[in-house]
Design a protein around this ligand. Structure first.
Ligand SMILES: Nc1ncnc2c1ncn2[C@@H]1O[C@H](COP(=O)(O)OP(=O)(O)OP(=O)(O)O)[C@@H](O)[C@H]1O
Ligand SMILES: [Mg+2]
Length: 419
């Protein structure tokens, strides 16, 4: 078990590092106490993918240094978020015979998962996650944890996440250069949902949609488990860019206008309200209609929401989300997003920040906002890994013959199923 857990979130607009001590609370549960936080503006990332290794390496260094200085100690290893449209996901099945004498063993479960993982992939892709969704023992389906169950045939429904080897190698390079080991690469929507979803939402069926700067990450929970993940190439930068193009203004000016005056429901701002900004080729500021800026934002936000809806429809889960959509990520804070989302989806929509009841203390207010769902989620992912390590320790003490084997998938399932 680790004493400290760290997370590095390399986003399109910002790079964040968090480091926390693992603490046993009075009930014996594991919790986290955040010791250090670091953040810097991102460089060398486009749409969630590293396009300039030296630039990203330098920015990561800055975030890590700030975090380490606050924590007063070095980061030795970290959970690292990963996104980008190179990520592909699929659901797959695997089967293994059961050693009848002992019931289902960890080894049986691993064999079933390995069979599920054996999907044909292009040479340039590799598997990042194999997540058990459901188990079936003979004719009993929807088994959450089959360990020890009697039967002949074990089957697993697994969610497989793959990514481009080149993109993965570049990302890894930017971290390990600093002497930091990677505990695990974690697909960003898998991290962010940990921070924002309520257990009952996951149980009912929900999609968490993390709208960042360069990507929109989707994770769908239905049928009592994770069923779909996806990374789309759109984000808040597209909103800013449209304003920049619409006003002939620099990106930085457009970003400021968006953050200050933006609303994706133009009727909510007065028709005659004016805002002032400098445009290309002119020294003096000139005035613009605030409503016009909001109309530009509305058009793009609608397009993004409709794209998300279309992808959910394609995945086959759009009609299976009684708990609706939870929007998170920096761009979800643009006023009016929830309302526009409700109009487009015609289902419950809310904006989710890292929950206040998470087993984490010492997190600054800044990190409790929707833009940090992934960063905080990565820490939680690590904490659950630690909880599994403790579990394995107990099994080892009990002398279980496969105790040493890390049955990651059992843990994933526990992790992703309702609390
Ligand atoms: N208060 C706010 N209102 C509106 N938009 C905001 C607000 N705060 C941040 N944003 C927007 O959110 C986006 C950044 O979101 P976030 O920090 O989640 O992205 P990221 O993690 O850097 O990128 P990604 O995850 O896409 O790689 C930017 O487009 C920014 O303009
Ligand atoms: Mg992000």
């Amino acid at each position: 078990m680790q004493e400290f857990i760290s997370a590095i979130d390399i986003g399109t607009t910002k790079i964040c590092a968090l480091t926390a001590a693992v603490v046993h609370d009075s009930l014996g549960n594991l919790t986290l106490d955040v010791l250090g936080e670091g953040q810097t503006a991102s460089q060398g990332i486009r749409r969630g993918v590293v396009v300039d290794v030296p630039a990203v390496t330098a920015a990561v260094h800055e975030a890590i240094e700030k975090c380490e200085a606050k924590a007063g100690q070095q980061i030795l290893s970290a959970y690292v978020g990963m996104a980008g449209s190179h990520v592909a996901t699929l659901n797959s099945q695997g089967v293994s015979p059961i050693d009848q004498r002992d019931g289902v063993t960890n080894a049986d479960m691993q064999r079933a998962l390995e069979a599920a993982r054996a999907v044909a992939l292009p040479e340039t892709q590799e598997v990042i996650h194999t997540i058990a969704r459901h188990w079936t023992v003979d004719d009993q389906s929807e088994v959450q944890n089959p360990l020890g169950m009697a039967g002949y045939r074990l089957e697993v429904d697994a969610h497989i996440v793959t990514g481009s080897s080149t993109a993965i190698n570049n990302l890894v390079q930017c971290i390990v250069t600093h002497g930091i080991d990677i505990d695990e690469l974690v697909l960003e929507p898998l991290a962010s949902n940990e921070a924002v979803l309520r257990p009952e939402e996951r149980r009912m069926g929900v999609a968490v949609v993390d709208i960042g700067g360069g990507t929109t990450d989707i994770a769908v929970f239905a049928d009592n488990g994770l069923c779909h993940t996806e990374v789309l190439d759109v984000g808040g930068n597209h909103l800013t860019n449209d304003v920049a193009v619409g006003l002939h203004a620099p990106f930085k000016t457009a970003e400021e206008l968006k953050l200050r005056y933006g609303n994706v429901i133009p009727e909510r701002v007065a028709e005659d309200e004016k805002v002032w900004a400098t445009v290309f080729g002119e020294k003096a500021e000139r005035s613009f209609s605030r409503r016009f800026i909001c109309q530009v934002l509305e058009a793009r936000a609608m397009e993004m929401l409709e794209l998300i809806q279309e992808q959910l429809r394609k995945s086959g889960y759009l009609e299976r989300l009684p708990a609706g959509i939870v929007l998170t990520g920096g761009a979800s804070q643009l006023p009016g997003f929830t309302e526009l989302g409700r109009r487009v989806f015609n289902m419950p929509v809310r904006v989710g920040a890292p929950r206040s009841d998470l087993p984490i203390s010492g997190l600054s207010r800044a990190f409790q906002s929707p833009g940090y769902a992934t960063t905080v989620g990565l820490l939680l992912w690590g904490l659950h890994e630690d909880a599994r390590a403790v579990q394995r320790g107990f099994e080892a003490e009990a002398g279980g013959e496969e105790a040493a084997w890390l049955n990651q998938a059992v843990g994933w399932l526990r992790n992703l199923l309702p609390g």
